[in-house]
Design a protein around this ligand. Structure first.
Ligand code: PMP
Length: 364
């Protein structure tokens, strides 16, 4: 099989077993004589697919019964607007932690709807760390506190859930959901685009506590109102049926792998392989200095020059690795190693780093 190790930040690599199951079921899904793509979303068969996907997600994340799971469209980006449109319910104030491009975009959008304050930020140092945050920084009457748990672009990640006391906590977990166990009860709302750890682009999963549903202004379009989606079981209109099916396969795969504790161990092991090498290398350097701020999902690093960065990326391509070029505004090298990246992929990358470093020495 001539598959490459794909280090793309998203859409990203999927487990081969998920892809081959989808391929096997493509023409005739379990005796229905049709593919999931061709099925009515109101059919018994599809209702079974979406219900099973939700049940498995609830099992994996241990989602309490007072939370709804919604399968929505619009990417994670639509949540930048849906969150403030629905959760600015009393003071119309919300406090945001600014850790990168994705929080900046969310802040910009939220400012259209309320009084938004940045309570902690690492922008002055080009987002190279997770800023200090304490609940005392939050305005007492803030309707919610917002943060991005993993910063896909800069490669930082919160190692702990910020303590916001009694405040409602909202998290964009697009790039690290299902990579470790989390205590859902600490959050008012969690959302994530599917295209990193939950399947393919075009689906966004929202997990929202019941008591936060129903506060959108009547002028808010129904497609942007969580209550309308919750009341209609994510079927106000035609949901992203195939994407939900693939997410369902991903949830089953995680269960078979042993659940989130096992995913966490694997992810920590993979990340450590790269960071340990970066910390002892004379040639490659991790972009994020503090180990406790480093992302386990998106490992950013660089060589001594942009030329070497480019040459290294080209070198990895000759060894069956793709998409290691850093984000366009950040440069360097970025290895996205979500759940589905096998440890062999990471070992192959580290071997290429060792060999490339050696080559540059012999060429001096
Ligand atoms: N938030 C985070 C943390 C992301 O990494 C991304 C995409 N990479 C987005 C939001 C935007 O996602 P989408 O393209 O699905 O709107």
């Amino acid at each position: 099989m001539d598959r490459v190790f794909n280090f793309s930040a998203g859409p990203s690599t999927l487990p081969v077993s998920v892809l081959s199951q989808a391929a096997q079921e493509m023409l005739n899904y379990r005796g229905t004589g049709m593919s999931v793509m061709e099925m009515s979303h109101r059919s018994k068969m599809f209702i079974d697919i979406i219900d099973t996907a939700e049940k498995n997600l609830r099992d994996i994340l241990a989602i309490p019964s007072n939370y709804k799971v919604l399968f929505l469209h619009g990417g994670a980006t639509l949540q930048f607007s849906m969150v403030p449109l629905n959760l600015l319910r009393k003071s119309k104030k919300a406090d945001y932690i600014n850790t990168g491009e994705w929080s900046k975009k969310a802040i910009k959008e939220a400012k259209k709807f309320g009084d938004i304050k940045i309570v902690a930020s690492s922008e002055a140092e080009t987002f190279n760390h997770i800023p200090e945050f304490d609940v005392s920084m939050v305005r007492e009457d803030a309707d919610y506190v917002y943060y991005v748990s993993n910063n896909t672009i800069y490669g930082t990640e919160f190692s702990e859930v910020p303590n916001v006391g009694e405040h409602v906590l909202v998290s964009d977990m697009s790039s690290d959901i299902l990579s470790r166990p989390i205590d859902v009860a600490k959050f008012g709302l969690i959302y994530a685009g599917a295209q990193k750890n939950m399947g393919i682009a075009g689906l966004t999963v929202v997990i929202i506590r019941d008591d936060l549903i129903g506060f959108a202004d009547p002028s808010v379009p129904q497609m942007l109102d969580y209550k309308v989606h919750a009341d209609n079981g994510s079927m106000l209109n035609t949901p992203a049926t195939y994407n939900i099916y693939i997410a369902g396969l991903m949830f089953e795969w995680i269960k078979k792998m042993g659940g989130l504790k096992v995913m966490q161990e694997l992810n920590e092991k993979k990340a450590a392989l790269i960071y340990d090498y970066l910390d002892k290398s004379d040639f490659f350097k991790a972009t994020i200095a503090k180990p406790e701020h480093r992302s386990r999902m998106n490992v950013n690093f660089r060589t001594p020059s942009a030329e070497f960065d480019k040459a290294f990326v080209a070198f990895t391509e000759t060894r069956g690795m793709e998409n290691l070029k850093g984000y366009r505004t950040v440069g360097g090298i970025r290895a996205s190693i979500y759940n589905a990246m096998p440890i062999e992929g990471v070992e192959t990358l580290v071997k290429a780093m060792v060999d490339f470093e050696e080559l540059t020495k012999t060429n001096q």
